[in-house]
Design a protein. Sequence first.
Length: 382
Amino acid sequence: MEFGYTPEQKMFKKVIREFAKNEVEPIATEIDENSRFPWETVKKMAKMGLFGITVPKEYGGAGADYITYVIAIEEISKACASTGGIIAAVNSLAAWPLHQYGTHEQKMKYLLPMAKGDTLGAFGLTEPEAGSDAFNQQTTAEDKGDHYILNGNKIFISGGDVADTIIMFAKLVTKRGKRGRMCAFIVEKTSPGFSVGVKENKMGIRASGTAELVMQDCTIPKDNLLGEVGQGFEIAMNTLDGGRIGIAAQALGIAQGSLDAAVKYAKERKQFGSTISRFQSIQWMLADIYTETEAARLLTYKSAWLKQNDMPYSTEAAQAKLYASELCEKAATQAIQIHGGYGYMKDYPIERFFRDSKITQIYEGTSEIQRLVIATNLLKGI
Ligand SMILES: Cc1cc2nc3c(=O)[nH]c(=O)nc-3n(C[C@H](O)[C@H](O)[C@H](O)COP(=O)(O)OP(=O)(O)OC[C@H]3O[C@@H](n4cnc5c(N)ncnc54)[C@H](O)[C@@H]3O)c2cc1C
């Protein structure tokens, strides 16, 4: 069993940490306050190959492994969870299904520019009536011979307001006019009948846009079916299985950022004539966060390693996301406690970590849905 990084991963971690410190952290508070998409950082991250980390080089990616992917999300999220989430969404939710299920032509047309960071991608699954119950899609697709017509609304779509290419899910209308088999489609922002609706005003990850997508007789070419007819649900679920590793890494970054902030503050703040780091109550909180962050890291890296080695990882990815997301909320809460009243103020980044932490328990499957996946696999003996 090997717990160390390869020399390449070690070097990458150093580079990405410097980048996060110099380019991501300095604007994190401002982009959060103004709910501003960080285009300047996105352009720099594109140049570094961060939008196609695991995509093979022939399709414009960096051709790196999943551990490297986790390192990138963790280090960036430690500085700014919005920015970490932007990379996670494009890599996991758009580039991955394109690479896994796309034809060579689809990959050349859509994956290559996305992996190079010239275009952004999004994943349109959730609808007003289809959240955890993702199979209950109301969006329809009609087969019109040489094209499809899509009608429906998607909500809460990460990067929906800035995406050029969206992996969109809909049910194919049967000859009897009923909603039939679920399919995945590639929709462009320029597709006739496509528009961006409400942009959400969120509690956390405020710099990553979250938007409604509207399709009114949205016309897409027949070639833009992703995978086979009826493969949509499988594509959605497999994409989310992998996506959960990215969210676990985002949660890990928030937890580590909270711990680092708490340690720094505890060593500086003096009460009763000594630094608060000398009080056992503070030390125990730090010890618990430190230990649980390491446990979350092991679960996250293990799921990435399994995915990298083409081994089953559905249960492990759900465990990593469940544990890391529950931990990061706890870590941020306790870090605020260690900061006392100052932790409640906007002057310290810890209140942002606290607001950002909550989303990791909700998107790409709530904690309850992760438990459902884990228990189902356990009972089936998978
Ligand atoms: C900021 C943000 C970004 C998002 N980005 C995307 C995106 O890019 N693409 C996309 O498609 N979606 C996205 N989502 C949607 C997200 O995945 C859903 O919000 C999430 O899956 C939960 O669905 P819901 O909100 O409808 O809640 P519901 O499904 O209505 O759940 C409400 C509550 O009921 C619980 N519950 C539901 N079913 C069960 C069950 N069977 N057993 C036990 N408990 C259950 C849930 O755990 C939760 O506590 C995003 C959401 C947010 C907030």
